[in-house]
Design a protein around this ligand. Structure first.
Ligand SMILES: [Zn+2]
Length: 190
């Protein structure tokens, strides 16, 4: 989503699709039967449930790779709030593009989601990702107050602060609507 939101030249090599168990079965059948992707491997997640991943299907067609990621939550969007930083808390849904922290993201700024680092290994992996995003022009900080504009923000009130309780449908979340996709109705989540 970052190339769409920030008009970046960066081109991703693969596509991550998040689905719950039922949606994942439908998606897998669609990718095999309609899109002619082949399953090359399936990784069962052995990690604890905080990763919010049950299994990852690797689907390949020519040089295209799709990772179909099965999550335990009814709403697969829950997964993005377990990502390592705010810069990646964006996704494309049947309704449109969603961005959880637009005040930061659209200004090419990001902060760590430290609550999801349960092991040294997960912290190390996140550090690698931060280096990657910094090299793409994103200003990354460990805490919101280290970004000048938010140096004196009110913790627990400012919508970009991790201590503030947020919802996907509050006034800070950014939704860029798309025309309905294949007859999706408002009660279909993904
Ligand atoms: Zn704060």
């Amino acid at each position: 989503m970052i190339p769409i939101l920030l008009d970046s030249k960066f081109k991703p090599n693969d596509l991550d699709v998040y689905a719950n168990e039922q949606g994942g079965e439908d998606m897998l059948a669609h990718m095999h039967d309609e899109e002619e992707f082949k399953s090359v491997k399936t990784i069962e997640s052995s990690a604890a449930s905080y990763t919010r991943i049950l299994r990852i299907h690797w689907l390949v067609k020519e040089d295209h790779l799709v990772n179909l990621i099965i999550v335990p939550d009814d709403n697969p969007m829950v997964a993005i709030f377990h990502f390592h930083s705010t810069i990646v808390m964006n996704c494309l849904t049947g309704y449109g593009v969603f961005c959880a922290y637009p005040a930061l993201t659209l200004n090419r700024k990001s902060i760590s989601n430290t609550g999801v680092f349960h092991t040294d290994e997960s912290r190390r992996r996140a550090d690698t990702c931060y280096t990657k995003y910094i090299s793409r022009g994103i200003e990354h900080q460990s805490h919101l107050r280290h970004h000048g504009r938010w140096a004196h923000h009110q913790c627990g009130t400012d919508k970009s602060c991790p201590a503030t309780i947020r919802s996907m449908h509050d006034e800070e979340s950014l939704w860029i609507g798309l025309p309905s996709v294949r007859g999706l109705h408002s009660y279909d989540v993904f």
